[in-house]
Design a protein around this ligand. Structure first.
Ligand code: E4P
Length: 275
């Protein structure tokens, strides 16, 4: 499974790349806002254009998703092309994130604008990452329209299932892949029992029909969820930096390190110095 870092913070992206385990980056408008807010607090003057260029250079040719902020087909196409032509020439690693359906309360849009945009960009050979996927059928349509990637939001499905039933939880709490029983009923959203189940159903669907579109398990909140999306065959997991760190953490590893450090034989150390 490939690992992307789900962040727009340059220092996190740089650090994560220094470990040699990264295969790409995903950003979204909220992540970019967090990064810009953090930057503003440091009073460092840096243009957003140069900041994004630095992210692309840090990613060393591995894919980086930049998202559109428009929601009408023609405007999304024009914004996607502008983003792509401005930033892709730097190291040729940009793909454009397009929401599957850009309608939302208070805004008149069209259910098909996302798909139309993906189709147009695919014909123009601009790679796309179709985002905000919450059902396998949305993923199927995105793949048919020519999306390079689809991003099912695993964590947000788990949040939604709990919120619908007034179950309190913390953002990083584990949600069982096989679903959660509540008042003797298995919680589900349109036949999806968990975020991992959503990812698994999309992976199966793409396998059955041989779609080349890659599945990015997104909105991941904890290490067990990362393990489970790997086990169901997600092509990619896009993971927040904090969760990447947790992937390495185990109490017994720390305990073992402490004991090994206590037991160091001094003569052994001299043998390991310059030879
Ligand atoms: C990545 O592509 C998504 O934008 C991201 O994983 C969303 O995560 P969140 O649900 O934690 O905001």
């Amino acid at each position: 499974m490939k690992i992307f870092v789900d962040s727009a913070k340059l220092h996190e992206i740089k650090e994560a790349y220094s470990f040699g385990i990264l295969d790409g980056v995903t950003t979204n408008p909220s992540l970019l806002k967090q990064a810009v807010t953090e930057l503003q607090k440091t009073n460092k003057k840096i243009s957003l254009e140069n900041y994004i260029k630095d992210i692309l250079l840090t990613a060393k040719g591995t894919p980086v998703s930049l998202e559109v902020t428009e929601y009408i087909n023609e405007k999304m196409v024009s914004q996607a092309k502008a983003l792509y032509h401005r930033f892709n020439p730097i190291v040729k690693n940009v793909n454009i994130k397009i929401p599957i359906n850009t309608t939302f309360p208070g805004k008149t849009g069209n259910e098909f604008d996302g798909l139309k945009t993906i189709k147009t960009l695919s014909e123009a050979k601009i790679p796309t990452n179709c985002t905000l996927i919450f059902t396998p059928e949305q993923a199927l349509l995105a793949a048919k329209a020519g999306a390079t990637y689809v991003s099912p939001f695993a964590g947000r499905i788990d949040d939604y299932l709990r919120k619908q039933h007034n179950i309190s939880f913390n953002k990083t709490d584990y949600y069982p892949a096989e679903g959660m029983l509540h008042k003797d009923k298995l919680l589900q959203d349109n036949g999806i029992v968990s975020g991992v189940d959503l990812v698994a159903q999309i992976v199966d669907l793409f396998d059955i029909y041989g779609y080349n579109t890659e599945v990015i398990a997104a909105s991941l909140r904890n290490t067990q969820q990362v393990r489970e999306v790997a086990m169901v065959g997600a092509d990619i997991a896009t993971i927040p930096f904090s969760v990447i760190k947790e992937l390495l953490t185990h109490y017994k590893t720390q305990e073992g390190m402490q004991k090994f450090t206590e037991d160091i034989v001094p003569e052994y150390v001299t043998l390991t110095q310059e030879y």
